[in-house]
Design a protein around this ligand. Structure first.
Ligand code: AHR
Length: 768
């Protein structure tokens, strides 16, 4: 076995700045029913089919008597909160809310703040408020609230739970004869994170703080730009001004993840949260463009959108004498939030966005030259739209470009050197969303290996954050995620501990070092991309004709195929290194979908696919499926029209793939060999803490060793994460990997199989 030696040349190099942070989006009920501590679901009767076709104004409420209890909108609480409950009790009537999951989480000894808005129609009346469990058992002493105002007025009450339950209910009882209007029925734990009102669940807030993130990207994601242009439309894009001020005046919003967003957790709270967890705020504003529905504001009407951006900066950083600074001060935060970063758009594709971005950029830089502006490069790691974003960023001198990729571990391993060739003088990459498809330890270790490469390239990579952050286990829209929870428990994923290690032990600068005698990398796959050829339908009826394979100097033609649903038929296979496939394809079905052509297909879980009309018939992509995990390697926007026949060609030369439609090049990609290095490492120094951090990741099943030819770590400490490759945390099973924090001495650094380690020592920086 070779003696791998670490020597430290000890020169401080690239600063790491705010490299590792987090991304919050209200997906998987991350905000409402999640981080936002409000316990009542549908507190303001604003749920509607626009949010979700199963929703109606009384969703999540149980009404004892529909004759006495109705939702109305004639004389609302205000113009942003249009629906309320009318109570005209012909007999004693009750309304019951179960919150989220199996019910509200009441904890013995904890206090809960109840409030509601009421307008009394009939003089003085009594409403009884109770906290119970799902069997009706009393959890706290009931309280009677006397309501008497003929104007909308807020009433409140406090409860102390006498028992613990996870099936809690909030029950309001109206005696016979009661005639009142009721709205904004709210229940919060008194003990929120940092004890702020209208804020964040304490346990989830602590879980974020424990990550030590350098920045917080918010509030989305697709959530930001999916919607109507008019900010007053119920299905509007996320407009930040709708999300501040008294919660009863924040309009409910359609959340494109299929539920209702109260906006109770809004921009002010996100700024507060950033401050509370020590992260730089990084808001994402819509760029007057919704790529999902091809909507964009005319260029002549960009004024309001640009003002939104300028006003946001003033809201965050302005003095109390400025219009928006004054609003921040009135909300209770006299000091500025020191906003440094601002993103315009999320995953934008299409020229419409990039025609508009320069207007935002110029106006913002003219007034606030120090704000770092973030452009976008779409949802794929390569291809025409990705290049369009980067071109725009270079032309406009954006500070950063947001890249997103959700890919298999093989992609991460094959792309370890992705950023080595980026231009350190150009805009920096912001990996605003990434994850490797599963919440198993192997995926987390591979993510760690990739993060050492992000650190190493800190002169080209400015920021990086895993996505999505949160998932309420009973409302999954998307996996993998970083932190799982329900109403009472939190289970950080195994990936969380990798992110935490890199954030907590990030350091301020890279340090020059050298590893000698590193064992050879293991080549897992560098062979040709050959095997089966299979046309496939992708959820709509398609017809394949004139299928031809040219390989080894011979052309063979195969029978045409009419396919529907997900039907696939292998027409032949090839063992040639270089080959060409041609076919004609026609979509005959109506669904907004297209077709696939699989090549190099070993089986359904291990194949290359040309996706024609993917993502709702909007893209042409080269996809791989590796052990059932898919990766979109490159993308070009393209739509397959019904009843139009397209002549398609695929050329495979070794590991190089090119596709054409009707003679026009569509996709081109070189699939790098899949190589596993015995170790992935990086050394940083933290000037503030006077700490060295040497990170080492072992993605293999063999132990690795490094001889430390330096005394830097002779009296240091070691934080090490190890586990079985398929280890995965779940609620109630939160420690499926081992985390050890031990003193370290000597010069032999052992990297166990599937491990992520950081060696640290407190030392003044010095040259050896
Ligand atoms: O992180 C989930 C989603 O993935 C985000 O909303 C979007 O930006 C991306 O497509």
């Amino acid at each position: 076995m070779k003696d791998t030696k670490l020597t430290v040349t000890n020169e401080l190099t690239a600063p790491l700045n705010d490299l590792f942070g987090i991304f919050f989006e209200d997906i998987n009920h991350a905000a409402d029913g999640g981080l936002y501590a409000e316990m009542v679901q549908n507190r303001s009767f604003e749920f509607a089919p626009i949010d979700n076709s199963d929703y109606q104004a009384t969703t999540a409420w149980e009404l004892s008597d529909p004759q006495s209890l109705r939702v109305a909108d004639k004389d609302p609480l205000n113009t942003k909160n249009l629906h309320y409950l009318t109570v005209d009790a012909k007999q004693t009537a009750t309304i019951t809310n179960a919150g989220f999951n199996s019910g509200m989480f009441y904890q013995q000894g904890e206090q809960y703040n109840f409030s509601f808005f009421v307008k009394a129609l009939n003089g003085t009346q009594e409403v009884t408020v109770q906290l119970t469990d799902d069997s009706g058992k009393k959890i706290a002493a009931p309280q009677s609230i006397t309501v008497e105002s003929h104007q909308w007025l807020k009433y409140s009450a406090q409860f102390t739970a006498e028992q613990t339950t996870t099936t809690g209910r909030l029950v309001l009882t109206f005696p016979e004869g009661t005639r009142i209007l009721v709205d904004m029925i709210s229940l919060f734990p008194k003990n929120t994170f940092n004890h702020r009102p209208n804020y964040v669940r304490a346990d989830l807030g602590e879980t974020l703080k424990d990550l030590h993130p350098k920045f917080l990207r918010f509030p989305g994601g697709c959530l930001v730009h999916d919607g109507q242009l008019d900010p007053d439309n119920r299905g509007a894009m996320y407009r930040w001004k709708n999300s501040i001020g008294p919660v009863e005046q924040r309009p409910a919003r359609r959340n494109n993840w299929g539920y209702n967003q109260t906006l109770g957790l809004g921009y002010f709270e996100y700024f507060e949260l950033s401050e509370d967890i020590g992260a730089e705020p990084l808001p994402v504003l819509p760029g007057a463009h919704d790529p999902h529905h091809d909507r964009e504001a005319p260029i002549a009407q960009l004024g309001d959108w640009i003002d939104d951006a300028l006003d946001l900066i003033e809201f965050a950083n302005g003095s109390e004498n400025s219009k928006w600074g004054k609003v921040r001060v009135a909300l209770g935060h006299p000091k500025p939030f020191n906003l440094k970063y601002l993103a315009i758009g999320n995953e934008e594709v299409g020229q419409a966005f990039f025609d508009r971005y320069p207007y935002f950029h110029k106006a913002i830089k003219a007034k606030y030259p120090n704000i770092k502006l973030i452009n976008t490069s779409g949802p794929f790691a390569a291809g025409a739209e990705f290049e369009r974003g980067w071109k725009s960023a270079r032309e406009n001198h954006s500070d950063l470009v947001d890249e997103h990729y959700y890919t298999a571990p093989t992609w991460f391993l094959a792309n370890q050197h992705r950023y080595d060739s980026y231009d350190p003088k150009g805009p920096k990459a912001f990996i605003g969303e990434y994850a490797s498809k599963k919440n198993q330890w192997y995926n987390a270790v591979v993510e760690a290996s990739y993060m050492t490469g992000l650190e190493r390239n800190a002169d080209k990579v400015g920021l990086a954050c895993y996505a999505p952050l949160f998932c309420n286990v009973d409302y999954k829209d998307w996996t993998p995620d970083l932190i799982f929870f329900n109403q009472s428990e939190v289970s950080p994923s195994v990936n969380y501990y990798v992110q935490q290690l890199f954030m907590k032990y990030q350091g301020t600068n890279n340090v020059d070092y050298h590893l000698a005698n590193v064992p050879e990398a293991k080549v897992i796959d560098d062979g040709p991309l050959n095997d089966g050829l299979s046309p496939q339908a992708d959820g709509t009826d398609v017809k394949f004709e004139n299928i031809r394979l040219t390989a080894n100097g011979q052309t063979k033609q195969f029978k045409g195929q009419s396919l529907s649903e997900k039907q696939t038929i292998r027409v032949c296979s090839t063992d040639a290194d270089d080959y060409e496939v041609a076919f004609d394809v026609t979509k005959v079905g109506d669904e907004p979908k297209g077709a696939h052509f699989c090549f190099g297909e070993q089986d359904l879980d291990n194949t290359f696919t040309w996706v024609l009309g993917g993502w709702g018939n909007t893209d042409s992509m080269i996809r791989t499926m590796t052990n059932g995990m898919d990766t979109d390697w490159t993308q070009t926007s393209w739509t397959m029209n019904k009843n139009q026949t397209y002549h398609c060609q695929i050329k495979v030369s070794g590991r190089h793939i090119t596709t054409w439609i009707d003679g026009e090049k569509m996709n081109e990609i070189e699939i790098p060999p899949f190589v596993v290095q015995p170790m992935y490492t990086n050394l940083t120094y933290d000037k503030k803490a006077s700490q060295y951090y040497f990170k080492a990741v072992n993605v293999t099943d063999k132990q690795q060793e490094i001889t430390l030819d330096t005394d830097l770590f002779a009296d240091g400490s070691l934080y090490q994460l190890t586990g079985l490759p398929d280890a995965e945390n779940h609620l109630g099973m939160t420690n499926q990997i081992e985390r050890r924090n031990v003193p370290f001495s000597g010069h032999q650094f052992i990297l166990p199989p599937y491990s992520v380690s950081v060696l640290m020592s407190t030392k003044q920086f010095r040259t050896q």
